[in-house]
Design a protein around this ligand. Structure first.
Ligand code: PLP
Length: 396
């Protein structure tokens, strides 16, 4: 007999499982090259050469004791490397003790939420958002409160402020955003900080930053440390170094956070007590040696351009993503997401419905698939558009 709360989670997870199974079924029938599965956000580039070299070097010249237990916040030398990088980017002096190494961003967020939430506390998120946040918040008996964004997926300070209650403990921001690809501006971050400073109780800003290295068209993602005072960063190398299966990331508390001392200590305890104990030792050592490496972002940018062109040229509408790995296109007017998804599936085009990101009326497409898949999918987008009576904007 499983817990009641798990029964609800089993139900909720079935949509993504169903998509996965549908993709596998179609690939068996039509061949993988004829199925355009944009549903899964699994970074497909290989890790950079610096990562591979660091792994080899560690295997050839093992540091004695390198597989042993360590401090729960990780190796001092790795935290030092992270702190130095973040200090240089933001101009804010970060100490190694601000950092706690974790198995990825998911673990980092659970450590943070466990450290700050009392039963019934509220956490504001901006729709559309990565729905795993709901599970993370509920793991620690908190409640997600959704603030909407505008039609370009920009959050508005007033919409966030309207959601604040005496129980609001934190707001989660995510830029570049999954699923919209939007990068939050310096102005937004500054205004958010000012608005929160006007409140009569402390509200933490949890900045989930796994996509900060994936920005396109020469865009620089504004460093949140520079703009937000009561900031806790959750980061991972899942995307920057294409290491999602290896589970490596960190939490970082801003030295300007009012509760800096207590919070950094609480996060380390959470990391241990929630079961991570410490982040994987080998990967901390690898990260330290390849701290400035990142995957070839131009590769993702090329695929974003190709997929975006398919969508727009066929006659659909979409905001152009500035970063991350996704396009969040509009569902054509007069159709439900279910109708559009099933029309797309009839041409082997697999997308994820906006409801999976608390924003119906849109579809998410992950462009971390092969360039050839994106090229091959163009015809399918055009066919769907023709069936719906949309005017193409370019030729096939
Ligand atoms: C917005 C966002 N946050 C967090 C995560 C979790 O990342 P990690 O692999 O570091 O746990 C993901 C994964 O896709 C994500 O998209």
């Amino acid at each position: 007999m499983i817990a009641e709360k798990m029964k609800a989670k089993l139900e909720g997870g079935s949509e993504i499982r169903r998509m996965f199974e549908e993709g596998a079924r179609l690939k068996k029938i039509y061949g993988p090259e004829n199925v355009y599965d944009f549903s899964i956000g699994n970074p497909d580039l290989e890790p950079p050469v610096e990562v591979v070299n660091a792994l080899k070097e560690l295997a050839d010249n093992p540091v004695p004791g390198m597989h042993g237990y360590m401090s729960n916040n990780g190796y001092e030398s790795t935290r030092q490397a992270v702190a130095a990088k973040r200090s240089a980017e933001s101009g804010i002096d970060i100490a190694p003790d601000a950092v706690c190494m974790t198995p990825g961003a998911a673990s980092a967020m659970n450590d943070v939420l466990h450290s700050i939430l009392d039963n019934g506390d509220e956490v504001i998120v901006n729709a559309p958002f990565f729905m795993e946040y709901t599970g993370y918040v509920e793991n620690h008996n908190g409640k997600v409160v959704i603030a909407d964004t505008d039609d370009r997926f920009i959050p508005h300070i007033r919409a966030i402020e309207e959601k604040i209650t005496p129980r609001t403990k934190a707001i989660i921001i995510n830029s570049p955003n999954n699923p919209s690809g939007v990068i939050y501006s310096e102005e937004f971050l500054t205004e958010l900080d000012h608005m929160l400073a006007r409140q009569d109780h402390l509200i933490h800003v949890i900045s989930d930053e796994p996509y900060i290295d994936l920005a396109y068209d020469g865009r620089i993602v504004p460093p949140t440390l520079k703009y937000i005072h009561n900031l806790i960063i959750c980061f991972s190398w899942s995307k920057s170094l294409s290491l999602p299966g290896e589970r490596i990331g960190y939490t970082l508390v801003s030295p300007r956070h009012t509760d800096y001392k207590e919070l950094t200590a609480a996060i380390v305890i959470s990391n241990r007590s929630l079961g991570s104990v410490n982040a994987p030792a080998i990967w901390q050592k690898v990260i330290e040696r390849s701290i400035n490496a990142k995957v070839d972002v131009s590769n993702y940018e090329k695929r974003r351009n190709l997929l975006y062109a398919n969508i727009i040229d066929a006659g659909f509408d979409s905001v152009k993503p500035e970063g991350a790995l996704y396009i969040f296109m509009n569902t054509p007017k007069g159709m439900t997401d279910e109708e559009f998804a099933s029309k797309c599936a009839s041409y082997n085009l697999l997308l994820v419905k906006g409801a999976s990101f608390a924003k119906p009326g849109y579809m998410r497409l992950a462009f971390c698939v092969s360039e050839q898949t994106i090229i091959n999918s163009r015809r399918a987008f055009f066919k769907v558009a023709e069936d719906l009576g949309l005017q193409h904007r370019a030729s096939l």
